[in-house]
Design a binder for this molecule. Sequence first.
Ligand code: ADP
Ligand code: MG
Length: 234
Amino acid sequence: MLVAERICKSFPTRAGDLTVLRDVTLRTDTGQAAVIVGPSGSGKSTLLNILGTLEPPTAGHYTLDDQHPFKFSPHELARFRNQQLGFVFQDHHLLPQCSVLENVLVPTLAGHGPQAAAHDCEKRARELLQRVGLAERIDHRPAELSGGERQRVSLARALINQPRLVLADEPTGNLDQHTAERVGGLLAELPREHGVILIVVTHSIALADRFETRYELSDGQLVPRTSAAPASGA
Ligand code: ADP
Ligand code: MG
């Protein structure tokens, strides 16, 4: 279970402290997803970066399966990120010189895992690539793929180490509607299929509407939303 309690985040700026998150509380069970919408600049990436332990909160508590990542040493934190978190970004961040299969295997190279045999990792990578519909593309370089295919590679990469939590920041932000639908469909199935917690940040209403649990980040706070569609029809 993910528990974020009363998370606050301020950035020091020349004009004084800029408060982006005020008492954000979020709980999500394993096998469940939460989607967070909100206008540009509302703090969505800031919140995701905290949940991804890329940045500490100014105040508040955060636990994943009763672990306190912000109390870890740098080495423990690196291991935690590698073993328990999966990241999907708006830009896929694939390595251009590596094949699709090699890109999916990158997180297994950190040496943090229980010494999984290389061929077991490769077997799992092939299965994940099959699941996202890329079995025929494993030897391609990222430049030889469409935007949607690249994003599906990054989904497989996020899952390779069997994480507890997957964080996706505008995962369909750079995709056309048709491609976004396919990636959105895969994302929506991910929590139950892989037994992970999924937190998605997006300004796509179509993507947000795929998930039952929705919040809007507004004025630095998370407000539950019944539908992702704009309330006033604006
Ligand atoms: P979103 O992802 O919702 O578009 P962000 O979380 O990226 O929003 O940013 C929220 C606000 O915090 C913005 O006003 C942004 O300029 C500010 N911000 C983000 N990171 C920093 C930083 N490292 N230093 C100062 N301000 C920041
Ligand atoms: Mg953002």
